[in-house]
Ligand binder design. Structure first.
Ligand SMILES: Cc1ncc(COP(=O)(O)O)c(C=O)c1O
Length: 388
């Protein structure tokens, strides 16, 4: 039997899995993998239970429960002033991960090129390669607020460019794209007649009074963008894997075709619960961002007190520390992250794992979305390790 020749076989076990296993082995405080450790909003969880007990538990509509598609459309209007036709422009998926796969498989043909910003979320490139397409990379500069130049962006585009993948707010860099940056991107996309798959799973996790601007709301972008959201991040229920895609009907058609062969549908009780969640009062959404911002401040202050350099974190579940000054001879971020787990008992994710090319070797990612006592336990260990 022949095995091991598929595109995916060249990928090892993800760094999140590797570091989480190491954390378990060494009983480390795991500030690596990005999931919150609270139980999510009680009313949303209760609705999932109610629907499970009382509702219809057979295959729901392939495009998703109307109640959730209507809620996604209403949410887009409420937060971004975006008019969305729920019946033709919204599709429910099994997490943002499936939404990404459906968008990329739906739009890309073999030989097409896709433009990606580095650092990037780990599932983009394997999906693009499985679609037979070729990734082209644009570097974001950590020393300059993870910015890019128009020249570097233009250089990644060519006659074969089909689409761009934009992650805003950006994991792992904790960057919230400015409107000026988005305008530059929009201009280049129009010039090259491309599409944009917008991974906006952290849309409600932006800090310090910043505003999340979906690219789809910018001039010329309404017909070119597919906007992806995730209930996992918006309701701190990452295990539910409920996502949603919004886009113009012509773009949604090929995406729906891919979705019908990927998962076809998503558990109906979770869809009903997320519909309820998206209609929650404003205080829920501001509270979510506020509590995450407080955790960011707590972790940043503690890391600085332990002697680490912390990069600005404008949104998401994460913050990045520059560990350049702490690297031993010949050590890179991966070796450092392993040493920190084994010797200090704190687990992080090396940022080079978010690169396909030209990775920096002096950055690690900390997850801020943990209970305060977990953050404090990690900080105490780091203080003792670097201080002692
Ligand atoms: C940038 C980004 N996109 C997509 C996902 C996946 O979201 P979901 O759990 O809804 O599939 C994640 C999860 O960590 C993420 O960080």
């Amino acid at each position: 039997m022949k095995t091991g020749n598929s595109i995916l076989s060249s990928y090892g076990t993800t760094i999140f899995e590797v570091m989480s296993r190491l954390a378990e082995e060494h009983r480390a405080v795991n500030l690596g993998q990005g999931f919150p450790d609270d139980s999510g909003p009680a009313d949303v969880v209760a609705e999932a239970q109610r629907y499970l007990a009382e509702g219809w538990n057979q295959y729901p509509s392939m495009m998703g429960l109307p109640a959730l598609r209507q809620a996604v459309a209403a949410h887009a209007k409420r937060f971004y002033g975006l008019d969305v036709d729920w019946a033709r422009e919204v599709m429910v998926t099994s997490g943002a991960t499936e939404a990404l796969a459906a968008c990329l498989f739906g739009l890309l043909e073999p030989g097409d090129e896709a433009v990606l910003f580095q650092p990037l979320y780990d599932s983009y490139v394997p999906i693009i390669r499985c679609a037979g397409a070729v990734p082209r990379f644009v570097a974001l500069d950590p020393a300059k607020g993870w910015s890019f130049t128009r020249e570097s962006l233009e250089a990644a585009f060519g006659p074969k460019t089909k689409l761009v993948v934009l992650n805003n707010p950006l994991n792992p860099a904790a960057k919230v794209w400015t409107e000026a940056e988005l305008r530059v991107l929009a201009e280049v996309v129009v010039k090259h007649d491309a599409y944009v798959v917008c991974d906006e799973v952290y849309e409600h996790l932006v800090f310090d009074g910043r505003r999340h601007v979906p690219l789809i709301t910018l001039p010329g972008m309404r017909e070119r963008c597919l906007r992806i959201g995730s209930a996992g991040k918006t309701f701190s229920l990452t295990g539910w894997k409920v996502g949603y895609v919004t886009g113009a009907p012509g773009l949604m058609q090929p995406v729906a075709k891919a979705h019908q062969f990927l998962t076809f549908t998503t558990p109906p009780n979770l869809q009903s619960a997320v519909a309820l969640g998206l209609g929650k009062e404003d205080a829920y959404f501001t509270g979510l961002a506020g509590s995450m911002q407080a955790k960011r401040d707590r972790l940043s202050a503690g890391l600085r007190a332990a002697g680490l350099t912390v990069l600005p974190a404008e949104g998401t579940y994460f913050l990045i520390a520059d560990i350049g000054a702490h690297l031993r001879d010949g050590e890179d971020d991966q070796a450092f992250a392993k040493r920190l787990t084994v010797e200090a008992g704190v687990t992080t994710i090396p940022v080079s794992a978010f690169y396909e090319t030209d990775a920096p070797r002096h950055l690690v990612r900390f997850c801020v979305c943990k209970r305060d006592e977990v953050l404090d336990a990690g900080l105490e260990r780091l203080g003792a390790y670097f201080g002692g």
